[in-house]
Ligand binder design. Structure first.
Ligand code: IPM
Ligand code: MG
Length: 355
């Protein structure tokens, strides 16, 4: 097939990991006889430097035209001034909103050989296989807000949801659960927040259309605890935008490193944004030591969800699993006796395994 892929490396290690993702996509194209064309665009801090805006109109337009978007990360100390008018993160949020990508899928799997890289006891990790479905274009990130000003030192953000926003993310979660272990855990704070009470009511109503899927509700504080205490009990977790942001950083520790978790941001169409859940990691940027596996696993999701290439997606996932099993480790997942490799060597190892 022929596909046009927009790459948005962004800032920090985003540049290094996206380069490996592109390498893998090129290897997939060669092996399976596809033609992928790549268009590189600016987002985040580098876009602010070049154009004054974190999401230039040309970037958003290119993404709208694309078959899929592969993104690295945005942000860094250079653009961190709290008084700044524009922030790199606005580029990412604007992209998600601009493409109406309301569903963010973040799968958490365990690589058996990485059990020792997790801070949790290995026996706790037995059978862990979950997906967080994070609502991505509403909630606390997008509700009415006010910044503090010298004359008015109050500030607020609002967790605002309309029923249709909860309904469409609920359907994504239930559909996904049907392909898995048929269990949905809806995470909210319904004992305190009105938005969560609406969330719970809508989720419960939609569940009636999926009688084959088991639904449980869980408060977000309890969910944070149970993710550590009994992570294997979760199948699909569906939750509000910021709750999902927080819980997925936590959940990444199950797999050993932020450097292992991929994500797919999807809407109604085929197009999507694929990105590692980790950030731009300015502390290690430019050193060539970042773990590209989260980005490479995001490439697998891109092949699966935007291009419909399941065989190719599974081949990339298997190559990653094989490389990990063969003992290749970037610094973040390194344990005694393993083969320490840099970012490019890890990408090369995946491609060599892909054959
Ligand atoms: C993520 C990131 C972003 C988010 C930031 C960079 C705006 O943390 O994708 O998880 O909060 O959504
Ligand atoms: Mg995050």
């Amino acid at each position: 097939m022929q596909a046009n892929i927009v790459t948005l490396p962004g800032d920090g290690i985003g540049v290094e990991v996206v380069a490996e993702g592109v390498k893998v996509l090129q290897a997939v194209a060669t092996k399976f006889g596809h033609t992928f064309t790549f268009e590189n665009h600016l987002i985040g801090g580098c876009a602010i430097d070049a154009t004054g805006e974190p999401l230039p109109a040309s970037t958003l337009e290119a993404c709208k035209r694309a078959d899929a978007v592969l993104l690295g990360a945005v942000g860094g100390p250079k653009w961190d001034d709290p008084a700044a008018k524009v922030r790199p993160e606005q580029g990412l949020l604007g992209l998600r909103k601009g493409l109406a990508l309301y569903a963010n899928l973040r799968p958490v799997q365990i690589f058996p050989q990485l059990r020792d890289a997790s801070p949790l006891r290995p026996e706790r990790l037995e059978g862990v296989d979950l997906v967080v479905v994070r609502e991505l274009t509403g909630g606390l990130y997008f509700g009415p807000r006010k910044e503090a000003t010298p004359g008015d030192m109050t500030a607020y953000d609002t967790m605002l949801y309309a029923d249709f926003e909860v309904e469409r993310i609920a359907r994504k979660a239930f559909e996904l659960a049907r392909l898995r272990r048929k269990k949905v855990t809806s995470v909210d704070k319904a004992n305190v927040l009105a938005a969560s009470r609406l969330w719970r009511r809508v989720i419960t109503a939609i569940a009636a259309d999926y009688p084959d899927v088991m639904l449980e509700h869980m408060l977000v504080d309890a969910a944070a605890m149970h993710l550590m205490r009994r992570p294997a009990d979760f199948d699909v977790i569906v939750t509000e935008n910021m709750f999902g942001d927080i819980l997925t950083d936590e959940a990444s520790m199950l797999s050993g490193s932020m450097g292992m978790l991929a994500s797919a941001s999807l809407g109604e169409g085929r197009n999507g944004v694929y990105e590692p859940i980790h950030g731009s990691a300015p502390d290690i940027a430019g050193k060539g030591i970042a773990n590209p596996l989260a980005t490479i696993l995001s490439v697998a999701l891109l092949l699966r969800y935007s291009l419909g290439l399941e065989t190719e997606a599974a081949a990339v996932e298997k190559a990653v699993a094989d490389v990990v099993a063969a003992g290749y480790r970037t610094k973040d997942i390194y344990t005694e006796g393993a083969k320490l490799v840099n970012t490019q060597e890890m990408g090369d190892a995946v491609i060599a395994t892909l054959g």
